[in-house]
Design a protein around this ligand. Structure first.
Ligand code: UDP
Length: 474
């Protein structure tokens, strides 16, 4: 009865749900009661976890709520692409406060673990006298960097889009250009999105603390900066994917794969160690027609074998295809194109994979770290430009493709030659063996050690559970 009972509120997007589910599994495996509050469109991975033996409760709350006026098919964050829609999304999320509180009233909660966009959970937690822990699903460096960007606005002090500026007060000298800062942040025009972000920031500051899907040894300077300089409470308990996932979950990870896992493994088995480039841009990355042509040109000219995952966002599940005509025939045997969802973790852990061309989503980046695979970094939006710096300048386990523009819609602007050069830099010649590969393998070892009994993440998780038990008895 005295066991803490944690309620998890993930956002409706696989990049957010997957790590939150892993977090719930982790607490559950350490004897903590867990319940995820989700909606039918995102219940499948949770039900799968239950079926594979995890004792995790699931409470379904309909999204979008009827009163929001949104059509029933608007279920995923990826569909809210205009500012007007974001306004409607924020209203719909607010409407869930009442049903969630009603449910919590009956459930004797001891803690809420919330995604940042559920801003009202900070008030709900206060009403119930319990802590609200935030789970952004990102790391310490991006959290520290975005705080300093917000505080100092260094992009206002440069005269052109191309003049680099230094982000002040951080443990490393990280430089950016203005176009890598989202436009909504630069222009400061009030919009639905900016209002939502203000609420996120305000509720963030009032939270009890932050659970971070990272491990101390990955970014020690930034973990210290977050706690000591920014004065925040935080626990690093990652990498979550290393804790308790079976092979099948690693193959699926969130959605059903668009390719037969065995077929993919057989193909990879036929390739030499470290010889295949894996290219994927998360659950949302989409590109213009012109960019897809450049990308095809770039990967072909690199001369490397590859797996390229395409057709995300709006095009997923449709028959539209922007891969240039003739490309597939020409690269037959050398490459596979996966249209839709790829079994990413399974692929990254295959010994034939030598490099990962990634948009630097935190999960993808961490999955590459855990697999010991060096990266070609191609950030698109969100906090990905900060994550790129961790990979290329702090850990030095990747090279940038030269992405200079923060863009949420169909992305463009990276010439094929830049991709060829970045891939060859990592894959060809001594550089691969000597530098990137060795450092990436060291990171992989550190990640494993962190989650073992006595490791840094293991200890931080124990400390957090002990604190929650203590708070429950107060
Ligand atoms: N993912 C996957 N197959 C795909 C695309 C993505 O398994 O084809 C998984 C990937 O392994 C990661 C998550 O989806 O766990 C994407 O999260 P990330 O933070 O990298 O990017 P986001 O989708 O949030 O931009």
């Amino acid at each position: 009865m005295n066991q803490p009972h944690i309620f998890f509120l993930p956002l409706m997007a696989h990049g957010h749900l997957i790590p939150m589910l892993e977090l719930a599994k982790l607490f559950s495996s350490r004897g903590v009661r867990t319940t995820i509050i989700s909606n039918p469109a995102f219940s499948e991975p949770i039900v799968n976890a239950q079926e594979s033996g995890f004792d995790i409760g699931l409470k379904m709350i309909k999204f979008p709520p009827r009163e929001s006026g949104l059509p029933d098919h608007m279920v995923s964050l990826t569909q809210f692409i205009t500012d007007e829609l974001i306004g409607k999304f924020a209203k719909a999320v607010d409407l869930l406060q009442e049903p969630v509180e009603k449910f919590l009233q009956e459930s004797n909660p001891s803690c809420i673990v919330s995604d940042m966009f559920w801003t009202w959970t900070v008030d709900t937690a206060a009403k119930f006298g319990i802590p609200r822990l935030l789970f952004h699903g990102t790391g310490f460096l991006p959290m520290c960097a975005s705080e300093q960007m917000w505080l100092h606005k260094p992009y206002k002090k440069v005269f052109s889009d191309f003049e680099p500026f230094l982000l002040p007060n951080l443990p490393h000298q990280l430089r950016f250009v203005r176009t890598q800062v989202p436009e909504f942040q630069q222009v400061e025009i009030e919009s639905h999105f900016s209002k939502l972000l203000d609420r996120v920031r305000e509720s963030d500051q009032r939270s009890y603390g932050v659970i971070v899907n990272s491990f101390y040894e990955l970014e020690p300077d930034y973990s210290d900066h977050f706690k000591k300089v920014l004065g925040r409470k935080a626990w690093s308990i990652g990498p979550l994917l290393l804790w308790n996932n079976g092979d099948e979950e690693r193959a699926q990870r969130g959605k059903k794969s668009a390719i037969d896992a065995q077929e993919c493994l057989t193909w990879l088995d036929s390739k030499k160690p470290n010889s295949v480039v894996y290219m994927c841009f998360g659950s949302m990355g989409i590109f213009t027609h012109a960019q897809l042509h450049e990308t095809a040109k770039g990967i072909e000219a690199s001369g490397q074998d590859f797996i390229w995952v395409t057709s995300k966002g709006e095009n997923e599940d449709k028959n539209e295809d922007d891969i240039p005509e003739g490309f597939e025939e020409r690269t037959k045997g050398k490459g596979i194109i996966i249209r839709g969802w790829a079994p990413q973790v399974m692929i990254l852990n295959h010994p034939s994979i030598g490099a990962f061309v990634t948009h630097c989503g935190w999960n993808s980046m961490l999955e590459a770290v855990c697999a010991g695979v060096p990266m070609v970094t191609w950030p698109l939006c969100a906090e990905q430009f900060f994550n790129e710096k961790l990979v290329t300048e702090v850990l030095k386990i990747g090279v940038p493709v030269g992405s200079k523009k923060w863009q949420q819609g169909p992305a463009e602007g990276v010439p094929g030659e830049a991709l060829t050069e970045a891939i060859r830099h990592i894959m060809v010649g001594e550089a691969y063996e000597m530098r990137f590969n060795i450092r990436a393998k060291t990171c992989k070892e550190m990640a494993r050690t962190a989650v073992e009994e006595g490791g840094s993440s293991y200890k931080d998780l124990s400390a957090l559970i002990a604190e929650l038990e203590h708070l429950k008895h107060m």
